[in-house]
Structure formats: C-alpha cells, structure tokens
Design a protein. Structure first.
Length: 445
C-alpha cells in the first residue's frame, strides 16, 4: 500500500502525516527523525523510493539508524539521507503513525539542537557595545575622581612639609637664595622650595646627600630621581624625563608650584619681593600673613612642560587685566622655551612657582615657528641671573591642571581646596596675596 505525505511548516520543523494512495514533495531536507509507538513500526518504513519532480530518478541513500533516543512515550530513531532540494516519496507500509522532518542548513543533526542566528548574534554584540559605551564614561569619571583625590593628597603633604619646615626653622622656606656677595650669580645656583622641604616629605636620605649651598647642576644624586608627591597623576607629561646634553642630571618635572604672588616677583636692586608667600631670600613667618592663613594660597597646580618666554620686557609694569594684554606681554619675552616646570630643584618661578596674574587654566596664546601655543607663561627675568646686575622679575605663570574645569590648591593653614577656572579674577588675586587686606567675596570652598 502506498501513502502520500501531506506536510505543513512550523518554524524549522516540518511535521508530515501519511494518507493512502497519494504522493507529495519533501523540500530542503537533510535529516529525518521517525517517531513511532514501537520498534516494529520503524523497519516497515524501509525501503523508501525517491525521485525528483518530473520523474527523473536520482541516487539517494538512506543510511542505517545512527541514534537511538527515548523521547517521552515515543521511541525515536534517526536516519540520514543525501542533501537533495526536492523529493517525491512513497512508502510501502501504512503502519507509520507520525513523521517529523528537521533540516539544519547544511549542519548534520541527529538530535534537536538550539543556536543563535546571525541577526540574534549581531543584536547581542550591539547591546554589549551600548553597555560598554554607557559604562566607559562612568569608569573614566571614577578613575579621574581617584586621581584628583591623589593630587589633593600631594598638596596636603606639601603644606604639612612647609609647616614642619617652619616649626624647625621658624621661617617658611624662600623660593630661592641669592648670594649678592657675588657680582654675577649662576642661573641654577639656588634650590627652591621643593628641595628645601625634602626631609619633611620622608626624603631625609636624599636630603642628606645633597648640598643646598651648591647649585643642583652639580648634584648627580638627583639624576633621574622621581619624587612621587611632586607629580599629579592626571598630568600626562609628569613622567617625561628632561635630559640635558651638557652633563647636568636628568630631572623629572613637577605638577605643583608655590605661590609667588600676583605679578611682581622680585627686584634684585632693592631686594624687594612680591606679595605672595615666597620670593627669593624671603624666609617669611606666619606673622607675615596678615590676610589670614585660610585666605592665602600656599601652592597650586601647574602643568609640566609648559612653554614660556623669558628675559625680555615687559613693556609695562602694570599687571595685565585681560588675555590680550597678557599675550602682548608674553610676546615681549626674548627667549622661547618649552620646558616650564621641568626642573623641580630649581628656585625660579617658571619652574617651581605660580602667579595669579591670570585666572586658573587661563588661555594665553603665543605663536612660534608657525605653531600656536594655547597655554604660555612668561618671566621677564630669571631670578638670580646676573646677581645685583639683574633686572626686576614680573611673571605670568598660570596655575593649570588636567582636571576638567578646576585646579587643586592648598592654603597656608594646610587645607586643600578645589578652585573653579571661572573664579572671579579679583578673588583669585586676593587669595594670592598674604597682606593685601582684600575683602574676599564668593569665597571658594
């Protein structure tokens, strides 16, 4: 007896039923699973005869059963046949109850398997990408917050070191020491605040091997020495060693400058210093800070490798009150350097200090050799250069940081604060004076 196969499609499975005296096509099939109530039904399905539509016969081998799996109350056996797109099938036995056909697009399959389509995989990848895109800024923000806290901790250490120095010497350290007994002093003849507070930063062993009476040029013990608390973790250039071709020791830069006032720094002729907490030969006391230690800055952030001009100008001794005025003064400098804040032992303002002439993170442009520099500093005369024959020093050494929109700073009382780059310029300058008698409004917390 012959039976024809009637079928319908349910997703990737075709379920077929036999009916007497009829024929029908089977399309795109590779693996067949025959389900019956007993083993006796399955052998009766053999032999099968196959042929293409149109009656032309083709070779189509039915293999022996390869899998024997118990599925519920049915007993399943799996047969394999060749990959053929369209079949006409006839069966010689009516004993078969139900036939299920499963195709796998070229993957041989003896049991029911599950997997992802390409579209589903792409959707999963896209979702992962979206999640990463959402999480990455949060991770970066968390890391920057940690770096900012580390930076504040560095400044706290500096303020405590200055306090301990004052306790030991009854004076704050000067920005530099200039020996005016010499008619012509060397450029690098004096150590700055960074070098003088070393024993109070747990660097007593290093301090014991340097001689502050000699310029750092001749102290090989500091060659390639990096002091962690002098570098802000957000400063991308803080780990760039500055090397010299003349045999001087290699130095790592610093990310922190001490407060040398608003604009005027020092006059070697009159020996008058600026209005900040430090200047050459200053040795100030707490009593000098009549504005109050909580209203006076001790140190703030600066950027390593800041370009600057020096030893020329200014055209006026008046403090600049705008970006354009500052840029005109910067252009009066005779020597261009791109190595600002790269000599941590050095006592000059463009290496270890800052001034409040311009607001934090202020833009001061200068073009050199076709290159536009957005953040440029200025020092009219290197302090100590030419001794008593030197000129007064006026400086635009701006406090800058890699923290978005702010700089970290520490006050004379030892507290650490974060100051917005949008702070009123008058308030910023008032914080830089130790005895200006200013009334500070909108005080930054």
């Amino acid at each position: 007896m012959q039976g024809a196969i009637h079928f319908f499609t349910l997703r990737t499975r075709i379920t077929c039923f036999f009916a007497p005296q009829s024929r029908g096509p089977l399309r795109g099939l590779e693996n067949l699973c025959f389900y019956s109530l007993c083993d006796a039904c399955l052998p009766s399905l053999l032999p099968w005869s196959y042929g293409e539509s149109g009656g032309n016969s083709v070779a189509a081998a039915i293999m022996a059963p390869s899998v024997d799996v118990l599925q519920g109350s049915f007993h399943a056996k799996s047969y394999e046949m060749s990959n053929t797109r369209e079949w006409n099938a006839s069966c010689i036995s009516p004993k078969f109850l139900r036939l299920e056909l499963t195709y796998t697009n070229g993957i041989r399959m003896n049991e029911k398997q599950y997997g992802f389509t390409l579209v589903e995989l792409l959707v999963v990848i896209a979702n992962i990408g979206i999640l990463v895109g959402l999480l990455l800024p949060a991770v970066q923000a968390a890391r920057e917050a940690a770096r900012r806290m580390s930076c504040q901790n560095n400044l706290k250490q500096h303020s405590l070191a200055c306090h301990n120095y004052e306790s030991a010497h009854k004076r704050f350290p000067p920005s530099a020491v200039i020996d005016f007994r010499l008619g012509n002093t060397a450029n690098n003849g004096s150590w700055g605040v960074h070098g003088r507070i070393l024993p109070f930063l747990e660097q007593g062993n290093l301090y014991g091997q340097v001689d502050l009476t000699l310029g750092w040029d001749f102290q090989p013990v500091i060659d390639g020495l990096r002091i962690p608390s002098y570098s802000c973790p957000s400063d991308s250039k803080a780990n760039d060693l500055r090397s010299f071709s003349d045999g001087r020791p290699g130095l790592y830069p610093t990310s922190y400058g001490f407060n040398l006032g608003r604009w005027f720094v020092y006059d070697p002729t009159t020996r008058r210093g600026g209005d900040g907490m430090f200047y050459p030969n200053s040795f100030l006391t707490f009593g000098s800070v009549t504005d109050g230690t909580s209203s006076t800055l001790l140190a703030s952030e600066v950027k390593a490798w800041t370009p600057y001009l020096r030893n020329g100008g200014p055209s006026t001794s008046a403090i600049p009150n705008s970006q354009s005025e500052a840029e005109a003064i910067v252009a009066s400098g005779a020597e261009f350097k791109d190595t600002g804040h790269t000599e941590w032992p050095d006592g000059r303002v463009h290496h270890t200090g800052f001034t409040a002439a311009m607001p934090p993170n202020g833009i001061v442009r200068f073009t050199k050799g076709g290159t536009l520099y957005q953040e440029t500093d200025y020092n009219s005369w290197q302090e100590g250069k030419s001794g008593t024959g030197g000129k007064p020093s006026f400086a635009i050494i701006t406090s800058r940081s890699f923290h978005s929109g702010v700089v970290n700073a520490t006050r004379v009382d030892g507290s650490v604060t974060t100051i917005s780059e949008n702070i009123d310029l008058r308030t910023w300058r008032a914080l830089a004076t130790r005895a200006g008698a200013e009334v500070i409004q909108n005080y930054p917390d």
